[in-house]
Write a protein that binds this ligand. Structure first.
Ligand code: GLN
Length: 215
């Protein structure tokens, strides 16, 4: 018996728990580096769906908010009347923000101050590394299994405060660069630009774990 592609049907795969069935993960595609995220998800066996409108969020198991320019993304979100729907979605569904996406998830944004979705209990300082050394590739230790991790920073923000429930998974010069709080994951670098898929795999693991908290 074939696998139904969607709609109707009591054996629709969407009705199976996210612990085992193939996942459909959205990538916010208003602006920025979304294609490489979609590619990384596909490599890991998930289905990637580009999200351009509020309706595109329906039925997703998780969402990646890519790097780019957070101010521009905010303008699109407001113009499309998308901000409130996205805020509700990320409050309840696994979401991974990278760079500008991490800025959008943060509770507080500084330098300059900017509106955000406010769901992840961190403070970020935008463009914190100065003009000359603002884009760099480092290999640094991480608490993830598999040894040191390559990190591509592009006009990166710096996480200057983490709430007590935020777990720090990697640092640069003593500042967190990869953090997790429950169903939310954020990186100030661009994991989609490295060949190492451990961070995207971690996000997939978080989605499966969240749908079955007893695991
Ligand atoms: N500097 C950008 C911002 O403030 C983020 C850069 C990035 O996403 N690579 O939104």
């Amino acid at each position: 018996m074939g696998t139904p592609l969607g709609g109707g049907g009591t054996d629709n795969t969407m009705n199976q728990p996210a612990t085992t069935r193939p996942l459909t993960i959205g990538v916010l595609a208003l602006q920025g580096a979304y294609e490489a995220h979609a590619q990384a998800l596909t490599t890991l066996g998930a289905t990637a769906r580009l999200v351009r409108l509020p309706a595109d969020l329906a039925g997703l198991d998780g969402l990646i908010m890519p790097g780019g320019e957070s101010t521009t993304m905010l303008k699109f979100l407001e113009r499309l009347d998308f901000f409130d729907t996205l805020q509700d979605f990320v409050s309840a569904t696994p979401t991974f923000g990278t760079c500008a996406g991490a800025i959008l998830l943060a509770r507080n944004v500084e330098h300059p101050a900017q509106k955000s979705l406010g769901v992840l209990d961190i403070t970020v300082e935008r463009n914190a590394y100065g003009r000359q050394i603002d884009s760099t590739i480092l290999t640094a230790p991480t608490s993830l299994p598999g040894g040191p991790l390559e990190m591509v920073f592009i006009r990166a923000p710096r996480i200057t405060r983490t709430g007590s429930h935020v777990e720090i998974l990697a640092t640069r010069d003593g500042f967190p660069v990869l953090v997790r709080e429950g169903h939310l994951l954020a990186a100030t670098f661009h994991p989609e630009l490295s060949a190492d898929t451990r961070i995207h795999q971690l996000f997939i693991d978080i989605i499966r774990q969240q749908s079955s908290p007893s695991l």
